[in-house]
Design a protein around this ligand. Structure first.
Ligand code: NAI
Length: 339
């Protein structure tokens, strides 16, 4: 993947891979909340991505410093910082991908839903601006609760007449990253080779890793699979507790966000067979939004892939997550339409 390959192999070689002799297209990426715990390392990782030509770093404050700092790195993209609401339009104009890690993170004892009251309003405002200034951008929603903020974004875009379900993504990549790491540790297989789909949503039991489909096959017992499932579901809380009041996952989230944005850029650029899990509008289950494997392409979502065969444990998990996920989705839709 180009994000880490760029670190180890040099970007000029990587930037041509998969593109024949044609030039790599110009691509603008905007990060909203770029001065935050996730925003800063994500800005760094996107600056290392050779697919990016323009990087716009937006936050309420502190972006001039972050942008000046990151801009000195000798990679392809031009970096600009935008500070305060009056500069949001300029930050967004012409963006191909907008990544949103703006909002408050959890403290110990909080669920992602406890963030709703603050983050729902932030997401609504930012999406209103996206509809105005870059309605065709692919939106990568990181702000929690993702199970509600993605439906909020969809409603805002519908009202603005710009909604296209192919362009809205809830970023659940960190759940996949965790599932891979935890699985490799238990199954004693090389972590870099592990593939595990994670479906459902992005909070507690709505996070459903499909370890029965994991490769390489580690022949783990049912007991281990159950423990790994629980650890993946509670992975965010593990970090929140370890940080003891200083926030939630930022570095691993920045990595995951960079992987997902890179996949979006590759899809836009026509690279074939780019597949990542994401929380998108879906008909895979009866729920209107659901995370599953998604094939990315020139228009964003090319195809929402089905769940594949599930173990009995996973079938049970799927049924148990539906009521919570449904109510988080409804909460987002209701918020967007009442305020
Ligand atoms: P943070 O508090 O360190 O940074 C948030 C940034 O957002 C701050 O710089 C703040 O100024 C900015 N911000 C607030 N309102 C804004 C607005 N209206 N416009 C632009 N920027 C605004 O928080 P952190 O740790 O970076 O987390 C950000 C969000 O990401 C939280 O909602 C957190 O729950 C979520 N998150 C999501 C994960 C996922 O897997 N999807 C994983 C980890 C965190």
């Amino acid at each position: 993947r180009s994000v880490h390959s760029a670190l180890t192999r040099g970007s000029s070689q990587i930037s041509r891979r998969g593109y024949g002799s044609e030039a790599v297209p110009e691509r603008k990426v905007a990060i909203l909340g770029a001065a935050g715990g996730i925003g800063q390392p994500l800005s760094l990782l996107m600056k290392l991505n050779p697919l990016v030509s323009n990087l716009a770093l937006y936050d309420l404050a502190a972006t001039p410093g972050v942008a000046a700092d990151v801009s000195h790195i000798n990679t392809r993209s031009e970096v600009a910082g935008y500070q305060g609401e009056e500069e949001l339009g300029k930050a967004l104009e012409g963006s191909d991908v907008v990544i949103i890690p703006a909002g408050v993170p959890r403290k110990p004892g909080m669920t992602r839903d406890d963030l709703f009251n603050i983050n729902a309003g932030i997401v609504k405002n930012l999406c209103t601006a996206i509809a105005k200034y870059c309605p065709n951008a692919l939106v990568n929603m990181i702000s929690n609760p993702v199970n509600s903020t993605v439906p909020i974004a969809a409603e805002v875009f519908k009202k603005a007449g710009t909604y296209n379900e192919k362009r809205l993504f809830g970023v659940t990549t960190l759940d996949v990253v965790r599932a891979k790491t935890f699985y490799a540790g238990k199954a004693k297989v090389p972590v870099a080779e592990v593939i595990v789909p994670v479906v459902g949503g992005h909070a507690g039991i709505t996070i459903l890793p499909l370890f029965s489909q994991a490769t390489p096959n580690g022949n783990l017992t049912e007991e281990y699979i159950k423990a790994l499932t629980k650890r993946t579901q509670d992975g965010g809380t593990e970090v929140v507790e370890a940080k003891a009041g200083k926030g939630s996952a930022t570095l691993s989230m920045a990595y995951a966000g960079a992987i997902f944005a890179d996949a979006c850029l590759k899809g836009l650029n026509g690279v074939p067979d780019v597949v990542e899990c994401s929380f998108v509008q879906s008909s895979v289950t009866e729920l209107p939004f659901f995370a599953s494997k998604v094939r990315l392409g020139k228009n964003g979502v090319e195809e929402v892939l089905g769940l594949g065969p599930l173990s009995d444990f996973e079938k049970q998990g799927l049924e148990s997550l539906k009521p919570e996920l449904q109510s988080s989705i409804e909460k987002g839709i209701k918020f967007a339409n009442q305020s």
